[in-house]
Design a protein around this ligand. Structure first.
Ligand code: AMP
Length: 492
């Protein structure tokens, strides 16, 4: 099958050929013909399957008729993160090179003025993160009632980041007669509910998930003591040991504070390293990413949220500086290497505190991971136990604390990560308002057996905004000590 067989316009087919693609991927072959007919599509596919082109190409074909009016975009694509939004824009530029289309990108961390100008000119394609989109709408700079095609991409990621209420609001602002193209890697119940509410007789196109943990990846656990400097030392030694076959590597941390600490430390030790986390402004993040892609940086320290979904080419090594708390993240992380049949290596630095997370990972991937150089039984902690410096004086140690450092933070009303340009009052919203029901559920929650759920808390309990801004470990607002009256559900 060729791209021309799918019914795409000659302009699009020619741009695809120039990009060097000859054969549609399964998601493209499955989704494009239906999307061209104007049907709603429910695409179940992960990044890396060619899913971006599966909505960009039919949109370009359909946009050839008609033109945009000021402040009334014709199409809208919602993305959970700025990088994904920027990546989609790149796809429109690449495949739309034979079209004269106005593309507007509305993401946080960039000034409103430029974005306003693009909206004013009339956008054929509007690519946005939900928070920034709603900001523009509230400022009266944007009307959504001209949107003919709505794309919701990475819906399960949106769920993880707490964007679903925003998505619902946005869906309700767009005419009922629109076409909706909806993509998600997984279909948890909340996402199914959303599709039932907002899609009309969708055509379901599902492509096989990538093998859960690539067989081309050699996985190893590496023992370490728990202090950050001890872990950093282990990491440096590992990188040096692996130097010969190490083309480039991503180093994953669980929290953004660790991303920046580790980055600075590796810089001090004169490694060729970049970092990716939500506190960096947009330009810095894009520069880091470009330099890493171009091979100017050998190592990239990143958090899961910052790296998720990014089209980073195959890397030779993945280092987990922290064992991921959610076992699924482990699969995503190591999936960054060993792509397309090539060989890759992953090393996960593990301390005594990590055993329950390692167990969960091994259960999920259905295999045990070999130790690189002896297991944890040979590790002697330097001074009692582990993360004491992080705890306040006299604060009781709580099970799952590390996990909560990322999840527990209140979810913002709806701003994009790192809204550098947002007024202070607005930016503050990001860490204040948490919906009463989500909070209220927490203290009353019974201990639940997650053994059959991949050791992962149920979705409803991790539906807090999980963007980078939320993955530090300082509690915000009341932390765990929310006064009882604030837990009473508000009646509207
Ligand atoms: P995506 O899943 O959209 O993130 O795409 C993953 C990668 O596949 C991107 O680098 C695309 O440029 C590439 N790609 C998209 N369509 C095709 C195709 N038909 N054949 C080969 N590669 C493709």
């Amino acid at each position: 099958m060729t791209f021309a067989d799918l019914g795409l316009s000659p302009k699009v087919v020619s741009a695809v050929a120039d990009a060097g693609y000859t054969q549609p991927t399964p998601i493209q072959a499955g989704a494009i013909p239906h999307a061209l007919e104007g049907k709603d599509v429910l695409g179940i596919a992960q990044t890396g399957t060619g899913k971006t082109a599966s909505f960009v190409l039919p949109m370009l074909t359909r946009l050839e008729k008609g033109r945009a009016r000021a402040r009334m975009p014709r199409t809208l694509i919602l993305e959970p993160t700025r990088e994904l939004a920027a990546q989609v824009e790149e796809n429109f530029v690449k495949y739309g090179k034979n079209h004269k289309l106005n593309i507007a990108l509305l993401i946080g961390g960039v000034s409103f003025d430029e974005q306003d100008k693009k909206l004013e000119r009339g956008a054929d394609v509007l690519i946005a993160t939900p928070g920034r989109l709603l900001d523009h709408r509230e400022r009266g700079k944007l009307l959504l009632n001209g949107v003919e095609i709505l794309v919701i991409d990475e819906a399960d990621r949106m769920l993880d980041m707490g964007f679903i209420p925003d998505i619902e609001r946005i869906c309700e602002m767009i005419p009922f007669t629109r076409q909706t193209l909806f993509f998600s890697a997984t279909m948890p119940p909340e996402i199914t509910k959303l599709t039932e509410k907002f899609l009309h007789a969708p055509v379901r196109v599902e492509v096989a998930r990538a093998a859960s943990a690539a067989t081309t990846v050699t996985q190893r656990l590496v023992k370490s003591m728990s202090k950050p400097w001890e872990k950093r030392d282990v990491l440096r030694k590992l990188i040096k040991q692996e130097e010969e076959g190490l083309k480039n590597a991503i180093i994953f941390c669980n929290r953004k504070v660790d991303v920046s600490e580790l980055y600075k430390s590796l810089m001090r030790h004169e490694f060729s390293v970049g970092a990716l986390h939500g506190d960096m402004d947009q330009r810095a993040r894009m520069t880091m990413l470009t330099n890493f892609r171009d091979g100017k940086l050998k190592l990239l320290v990143a958090s899961d949220v910052a790296a998720r979904g990014l089209d980073i080419p195959d890397v030779s090594h993945v280092f987990n500086y922290d064992v991921p708390i959610h076992s699924e993240d482990y699969v995503h992380r190591i999936g960054r290497t060993g792509r397309a049949g090539r060989l890759g290596k992953s090393f996960t630095i593990a301390t005594r505190n990590d055993t329950k997370y390692i167990d969960a990972i091994e259960k999920l991937i259905g295999q045990s991971i070999e130790w690189h150089d002896g297991d944890l039984s040979t590790v002697e902690e330097s001074e009692g136990e582990t993360d004491a410096p992080r705890r306040g004086k006299g604060a009781p140690r709580r099970a799952g604390r590390k996990d909560e450092g990322r999840e527990r933070k209140p979810r913002g009303a709806r701003h994009d990560a790192g809204e550098a340009a947002a007024p202070k009052a607005e930016a503050d919203q990001e860490v204040q308002a948490q919906p009463a029901p989500a909070r209220a559920a927490a203290p009353a929650r019974k201990q639940r057996d997650w053994s059959n759920e991949g050791n992962r808390p149920p979705r409803e309990n991790r539906n807090y905004r999980r963007r980078d801004d939320d993955d530090g470990d300082t509690p915000v607002g009341f932390g765990d000590d929310v006064p009882a009256f604030m837990l009473i559900e508000a009646k509207v």
